[in-house]
Design a protein around this ligand. Structure first.
Ligand code: HEM
Length: 204
C-alpha cells in the first residue's frame, strides 16, 4: 500500500473509531450513570452489573482503551496539522471545525484525569466505585465545574463529530443532507448534555 492510500485508510478508521466504539461507549456510559437520578441503590446496582461482565479487563482493553488510544494519537496529529483559520473566515462551519479541535484537547485532559482517579484507582488501590464515592468527588465545587466542562466538551466533540463522520464516509453528500445531519447533531448534543448534567447534580 502506498503512503497516500495508507493515510486515507487510517483517516477513515480514525473517523469510524470516534463513533464505533468510542461514541457508542460514551452514550452507554452517560445512560448508565444517569441511574444516579433514581438514587444510590439503583446506581450501585447498575455499577455492580457492569463490574460483573465476564472478562471485563479484556473487554475494556479491546473495546475502549485501544480505540481511544488510537483515536487520540492520530487525533493529536490531525490537530497539529490543522490550520485553525477561524479568525480569517468566521463562517459557522469554521467555528464548528475549530471547536472540534478545542474540545478534542479538553476531552483528552478530562478523560485522562477521570479514568485515572476512578477506574485506575479502582484497579490499583481498590477504590470503591459507588454513589457515595461520586458524591464525595462532586461535592467539591471545583471538581463539579471540571466535570461539567469535561462532559460538555466530550459530548460536543462526539455530536459534531457524528455529522462530520457522515461526510467523511460519504453518507451525507449534498448541502441539504448535511444540514439535516447538523440538526441531528444538535439534538444529540442537547439530549446527552441534559442527561449527563442531570446525572451529575443527582449525586450532590
Ligand atoms: C469521548 C471521546 C471521543 C469521542 C467520542 C470522539 C469522537 C469523534 C468523532 C465521531 C469524530 C468525527 C470523525 C470525522 O470527522 O470523520 C472525531 C473527530 C476528531 N477527533 Fe475525536 N473523539 C474523542 C476523543 C478525542 C481525543 C481525546 C482527541 C485528541 C486529543 C480527538 C481528536 C479528534 C480530531 C482531531 C478529530 C477531527 C478529525 C478530522 O477532522 O479529520 N478525539 N472524534
Amino acid at each position: 500500500m502506498d503512503l497516500e492510500k495508507q493515510h486515507y485508510f487510517i483517516r477513515k478508521l480514525h473517523s469510524l473509531s470516534g463513533v464505533l466504539p468510542i461514541g457508542l461507549f460514551l452514550t452507554e456510559h452517560l445512560l448508565v450513570n444517569s441511574l444516579s437520578i433514581r438514587g444510590p441503590e439503583a446506581y450501585n446496582k447498575g455499577v455492580a452489573v457492569l463490574q460483573s461482565i465476564p472478562f471485563l479487563p479484556f473487554v475494556e482493553l479491546t473495546l475502549i482503551v485501544i480505540p481511544i488510544l488510537f483515536h487520540t494519537l492520530y487525533g493529536l496529529w490531525v490537530v497539529y496539522l490543522a490550520k485553525n483559520n477561524v479568525l480569517a473566515y468566521s463562517y459557522y462551519r469554521n467555528w464548528l471545525f475549530y471547536l472540534q479541535r478545542i474540545t478534542a484537547i479538553i476531552t483528552l485532559i478530562y478523560v485522562a484525569y477521570h479514568s485515572y482517579h476512578l477506574r485506575i484507582a479502582n484497579a490499583l488501590f481498590g477504590l470503591e466505585i459507588s454513589f457515595n464515592t461520586m458524591t464525595s468527588v462532586l461535592s467539591n465545587p471545583a471538581m463539579l465545574i471540571f466535570y461539567i466542562i469535561g462532559l460538555l466538551a466530550s459530548v460536543y466533540h462526539f455530536a459534531n463529530g457524528f455529522s462530520t463522520f457522515l461526510i467523511t464516509w460519504g453518507v451525507t453528500v449534498g448541502a441539504f443532507s448535511q444540514r439535516v445531519a447538523l440538526i441531528i447533531s444538535g439534538l444529540l448534543f442537547f439530549s446527552l448534555s441534559f442527561i449527563g448534567i442531570q446525572a451529575l447534580f443527582a449525586f450532590i
